[in-house]
Design a protein around this ligand. Structure first.
Ligand code: 0WD
Ligand code: CA
Length: 384
């Protein structure tokens, strides 16, 4: 094991094929990231988009739903409708950043202070474009001991685009999902149907069809240390009250989780699940996570609210628990590492960053490969 004071190992510049991986990695050891909390600007919503029941893109909030508070002990049956009222998104279609890129093209004027000229290489006034879910994975990396990740990065007009690539292990897991596991993945969407209404004045319709093609996504801009970020994340619903604060403060994240019966289950919930919930909602500034705790038979027995800002205090009693500062400092240092590494500005070049549990982050470089992800329609439109 390494004993480094700095998260970076010595880097002798990108001479592909010559450096062994150990000489150009980024440490993922949590001890290296326990410093002051980095600057993270309050996230601002700059737009939103919707994906309809056929996964078509709309530059508006038509799929935004309204939170309808259930009873504290509702007895929602999450199994209902799995066989006959469920339309599942085709997971074999890899959408990469396409929806975000479509949003950028439709809203380009909002993202550039300057009039685009050939002399100005910075087409967008941001350093990174990605999904919120990819950033969540980065935040939790120093505590992730089970699953690795692959992130493809392309520098184009001085903006770095980050898009996930499915790992071999994830693909195998997807293939080997049991019938029980498939059904359990439906439970989360069914909980949304019990608690979300289509309009301010309507009520949830548990008798309807659950269609996982439908989504409402917020697009937020913020800054982590010296990294200007633009990312999008799916939002489950918003506060019904018209006097509620504006987005993202009115947004609500819905979760389901197994009910907690033993001290061991409680500790695991704090150490693993609350870390993921906190990271996901903290990034876009979603203030509330509402959890439906279900029994082994898929019936929600209690509903509880977790204010995002209180989650990190809740876990302080837990021995060797996670720390928000470690998550944010690792993410900031990873983005610095990406900026230094992905230097060639070329839409068909991919820098592939790889994390395997208990290892450093390493990278490899790929030209015109299967990993290229910026579509021609985007490159053409941005360049013209
Ligand atoms: O291409 C990819 N590798 C991915 C694409 C990975 C993750 C997401 N996506 C896309 C999809 O277009 C989806 O609409 O991202 C959108 C959601 O993005 P996100 O908010 O950045 O993702 P994340 O924070 O991981 O998940 C938020 C919600 C999930 O809710 P829970 O409560 O389980 O965290 O988005 C859903 C899910 O409901 N979700 C997805 N929907 C479609 N495709 C996916 C996915 N791959 N992953 C999570
Ligand atoms: Ca959710």
């Amino acid at each position: 094991h390494h004993h480094l004071h700095h998260p970076y190992q010595h880097q002798s510049g990108p001479t592909p094929g010559k450096n062994p991986p150990s000489s150009r990695g980024l440490s993922t050891r949590k001890e290296n990231y326990e410093r002051d909390f980095p600057v993270y600007k309050q996230p601002v919503e700059v737009g939103c988009f919707s994906l309809d029941s056929e996964r078509r893109f709309f530059n508006d909030s038509r799929q935004l739903r309204y939170y309808s508070e259930p009873e504290r002990n509702p007895h929602f049956d999450l199994k209902d409708g799995y066989k006959d009222r469920f339309i599942k998104r085709d997971e074999s279609v890899k959408e990469k950043l396409d929806h975000i890129l479509r949003w950028i093209l439709a809203n380009r004027s909002k993202l550039s202070s300057k009039v685009a000229t050939t002399a100005s290489p910075c087409a967008l006034d941001v350093d990174f474009v990605t999904w919120r879910g990819h950033l969540t994975k980065l935040l939790t990396t120093p505590y992730e001991t089970r699953e690795g990740w692959l992130l493809a990065v392309t520098r184009f007009r001085n903006t770095l685009y980050i898009s996930e690539v499915e790992t071999e292990a994830a693909r195998r897991e997807l293939e080997n999902r049991t019938e029980r596991h498939q059904e359990m993945m439906y439970w989360g969407y069914k909980f949304e149907q019990y608690t979300c209404a289509d309009n301010v004045h309507s009520s949830p319709d548990p008798g309807g069809v659950v269609n996982t093609n439908e989504a409402f996504c917020t697009v937020v801009q913020t800054r982590l240390t010296d990294h200007r970020l633009l990312f999008s994340g799916e939002v489950d619903c918003r506060d019904k009250d018209p006097n509620a604060p504006g987005p993202p403060a009115c947004y609500v994240e819905l979760k389901t989780s197994a009910e907690i019966c033993t001290p061991k289950q409680r500790s695991n919930f704090h150490r693993f699940k609350l870390l993921k919930w906190w990271a996901q909602s903290f990034l876009p500034g979603v203030p509330r996570v509402i959890a439906g705790f279900r029994d082994h038979d898929g019936v929600v027995v209690t509903v509880e609210t977790f204010p995002t800002s209180k989650i990190s205090h809740l876990i302080k009693s837990e021995p060797n628990c996670w720390k928000p500062t470690v998550c944010m400092n690792f993410c900031s240092d990873f983005l610095t590492f990406v900026k230094r590494t992905a230097t060639e500005d070329n839409p068909s070049v991919v820098y592939l960053f790889s994390y395997e549990p208990h290892r450093d982050v390493t990278y490899s470089i790929h030209r015109d490969s299967q990993y290229s992800f910026l579509p021609h329609w985007y490159v053409r439109e941005i360049t013209s």
